[in-house]
Design a protein around this ligand. Structure first.
Ligand code: APR
Ligand code: ZN
Ligand code: ZN
Length: 375
């Protein structure tokens, strides 16, 4: 048996910033107490992994194995682990839920104190790595590093899912789908009959569209500079799609004209500061809510007229759609099994793991929504 021995397997390592990933053989140490070793079966490629390669997110140490949108099967468990057992289907959680900290005990936030925003997740909680390559310790990403065929994570960063769940599809619940869908359902709390605008129609933006539709929005306006994204957006529920490049005036003015006084809910799902402010301006001055979903560039600052908020706009943001991950991701997967929503449409490419760099090129060129890698 492989349990409690070192496993050699394939992984994609980012040795330094601005280099393509290199496929390496890595050694994966057994899980320590309260840790789980998982065989990843499928993993998506998300914009945030691209930010890791480009060095544009905080608290990243190289060399590192990225990847945070995976699904797999528990291979072995360390001492004291009770939430999963070998053979269970699982989704690694890029936002942990320890269940014990003051944030986990607070029903109004999902931002556990164990996240990378409070402390680096580039090493396990005992400050060591479980990955070695060519004699060097390799860093973990968000504790879960799904770009390694076998990976180790703390038991606060794993959720057991349905035994029947198709891992090559439900990996999207690890980040993209849950993030966008939750931004509409939990963070904006979109009301039936309302008008919504979504800036950016990538995998996450399209998941916001799904959330707005399932909440009963009657007008869903998709905005993207790449009109190739409009077909899928309409298929998922967008009632209108517009390209800012087709207008002489700023897109916020176009939206104000289309709606009278602005939309009830606007979502920024690009990660640019200019679209963040445009999304704020686009929502109703007296009662609009604007939700920031896209990851801003490292160290960026916003400049906006504070009067925009005085009249009654609400500006907020969320991580992983505001879900308390360990509690909610298994329920979202069950909802998928009951056909409540179908994020399969977001999967445009399925590639063997070795073609990971091709998957990143597809994302960067705007040709893919989500590429799924299979080990
Ligand atoms: N206005 C509107 N849309 C834009 C603009 C713009 N100025 N600039 C880019 N876009 C569109 C792109 O054409 C693309 O379709 O935004 C979309 C972004 O989608 P992806 O790159 O596929 O990213 P996605 O995975 O959906 O994630 C969106 O959320 O999780 C974060 O890091 C992620 O910041 C990223 C964002
Ligand atoms: Zn992601
Ligand atoms: Zn916690």
């Amino acid at each position: 048996s492989t349990a409690l021995s070192v496993i050699k397997c394939k992984a994609a390592v980012a040795w330094e910033v601005d280099k393509p990933l290199s496929i390496e053989e890595v050694e994966v140490a057994p899980p320590k107490a309260h840790e789980v070793r998982v065989k990843i079966v499928a993993t998506g490629i998300c914009g945030t992994d691209d930010h890791v390669l480009k060095g544009s997110i905080p608290n990243i140490d190289y060399p590192i194995i990225p990847g945070h949108e995976g699904a797999g099967i528990v291979e072995s468990i360390g001492e004291g682990v009770t939430c999963v057992k070998p053979g269970d289907k699982v989704i690694p959680l890029c936002l942990p839920q320890c269940g014990e900290c003051s944030f986990c005990l607070n029903p109004d936030t999902n931002c556990c104190l164990k996240t990378h925003l409070h402390e680096s997740q580039n090493l396990m909680p005992d400050k060591t790595s479980r990955f070695t390559c060519k004699g060097k310790a390799i860093h973990h990403f968000l504790w879960i590093s799904t770009f390694s065929e076998y990976t180790v994570m703390p038991d606060s960063a794993i959720a057991r899912i349905d035994d029947d769940a198709p891992l090559d599809k439900v990996c999207l619940f690890g980040c993209g789908f849950s993030t966008g869908y939750g931004a509409a359902i939990n963070t904006a709390k979109v009301k039936p009959g309302s008008t919504c605008a979504i800036f950016g129609l990538g995998g996450v933006g399209l998941s916001v569209v799904v959330g707005c539709k399932s909440a009963g929005a009657s007008r869903i306006i998709g905005i993207d500079i790449n009109k190739d994204k409009f077909t899928k957006a309409r298929e998922l529920g967008a009632t209108e799609c517009i390209n800012p490049q087709d207008f002489k005036k700023p897109i916020q003015e176009v939206l104000l004209e289309m709606t009278g006084h602005g939309v009830d809910y606007s979502f920024e799902v690009v990660g640019h500061t200019d679209t963040m402010v445009a999304a704020l301006v686009s929502c109703h001055m007296g009662s609009g809510t604007c939700v920031l979903v896209g990851t801003p560039p490292l160290g960026s600052q916003l400049s906006f007229d504070p009067l925009l908020l005085f009249t009654g706009r609400t500006w907020k943001g969320c991580l992983i759609g505001g879900w308390k991950t360990k509690d909610s991701i298994p329920k979202l997967v069950s909802g998928y099994m009951e056909k409540k929503f179908n994020p399969d449409v977001l999967i445009t490419h399925t590639l063997p793991f070795d073609k990971i760099n091709e998957g990143f090129e597809l994302l960067q060129s705007g040709k893919s929504i989500r590429s799924i890698l299979l080990y």
